[in-house]
Design a protein around this ligand. Structure first.
Ligand code: SF4
Ligand code: ZN
Length: 359
């Protein structure tokens, strides 16, 4: 005896992971889309006429996001100018293939596409970075570089906002990880639906309350064209453990994911807790709470053959010590060497004449 959809007379094809409701395909699509619309409207994510870049990786989250954003923009007349923005990290056998999916999505959704690459922005691909640093900490480099790459791509496109496919599971995982690491600064802002208002281009997460399992179901039942292979350099063990832990909790109580997000939303930081003060990077102008942003420190380490310079908590201090030692050596060795960046002359501190990424 087929189970009936709880919203209409049709036969149910799925049990909703979020609340266990039995739904037919059409009712599931309708509920999924209207919940995302509700998130967008109730959080005032966009203004009419805004140019919005959809961060597109070809994976399930961003593919569903592109599909749903386009659908809702037309259905509810948001009046947004939508574009796809992708980052090519330079990972052979992974990103090159997933970007092919994005290119097909561009045709399917008839949206303009811009791809920015680590190679052109930083002079390094992830393949080359992994060759130098191995498979430990590679995601630190990749994550920091991607964050800036998206912003720089968005600046090139002149967009007012970026939307990302971060879903409820991702956010709940991040809350757990920040609690486990005692990272108060990140804990305070990691559940915010829009970030970056304080400096970089604002980023919003229309899937903040959308379960990963439902995104997969939506992509499956809509037969969307997405790429599902894992990154070949994906050793992110810590997030992996947080994910497994969360999935275990979810299997006992599905509302765990939303409950953790609500807990994150309700957390407030005591007034006397010191939080980083946002300024701008002296070298590249990107927002940073240190003199140099994390990307510039990591890049500096790579270009000097000292990739560990940017890893760990004392990164800025490591770099300052390194620069001071080098300055001393330069003074001893000769005059007229390349500027070390710690003097006040006008020479820009970009090592090895790698391409700079100022625009
Ligand atoms: Fe980059 Fe790590 Fe993600 Fe691979 S798994 S794309 S290396 S952050
Ligand atoms: Zn910088």
């Amino acid at each position: 005896m087929p189970v009936k959809c709880c919203k209409c007379d049709g036969n149910a094809v799925l049990k909703r992971p979020k609340n266990g409701e039995a739904l037919c395909r059409q009712c599931f699509f309708s509920i999924f889309e209207s919940e995302v619309h509700h998130t967008i409207v109730s959080n005032k994510l966009f203004k009419t006429g805004e140019k919005v870049a959809i961060a597109a990786s070809g994976g399930k989250d961003s593919t569903v996001l592109a599909h749903v954003m386009k659908t809702l923009n037309e259905r509810h007349k948001y009046g947004l100018e939508l574009l796809l923005l992708s980052v090519d990290e330079g990972i052979t056998g992974y990103r090159d293939d997933s970007l092919e999916t994005v290119k097909r999505n561009q045709q399917q959704y008839e949206l303009p596409l811009k791809i920015v690459s680590y190679e052109e922005l930083y002079g390094w691909t992830m393949d080359k970075i992994v060759q130098q640093i191995g498979l430990k900490n590679n995601c630190t480099f990749c994550g920091v570089f991607r964050r800036q790459a998206l912003d720089r791509g968005a600046m090139l496109l002149g967009v007012e906002k970026i939307v990302t496919g971060h879903n409820a599971d991702d956010i709940a995982e991040t809350v757990l990880m920040n609690i486990l690491r005692g990272d108060i600064a990140r804990l305070q802002r990691c559940t915010a639906i829009t970030t970056g208002i304080e400096g970089s281009i604002p980023r919003s997460k229309p899937f903040k309350y959308t379960y990963e399992k439902e995104i997969v179901m939506y992509a499956y039942f809509k037969k969307l064209d997405y790429f599902s292979t894992e990154c070949i350099y994906s050793p992110n063990a810590y997030r992996g453990h947080a994910r497994t832990y969360l999935k275990d909790l979810e299997s006992i109580r599905p509302s765990t994911i939303i409950d953790i997000i609500h807990s994150g939303d309700s957390l407030s930081v005591k007034g006397d807790v010191k939080l980083p003060v946002q300024g701008t990077c002296l070298r590249c102008g990107y927002i940073s709470s240190q003199e140099l942003c994390k990307a510039c420190i990591l890049l500096e380490g790579l270009n000097r053959g000292l990739p560990r310079l940017g890893i760990g908590k004392a990164t800025a201090a490591n770099l300052q010590t390194h620069i001071a030692k080098q300055k001393l050596k330069q003074a001893e060795d000769s005059e007229g060497e390349k500027c070390s960046g710690s003097c006040s002359c006008k020479t820009k501190f970009t090592t090895n004449d790698k391409p700079t990424y100022d625009f």
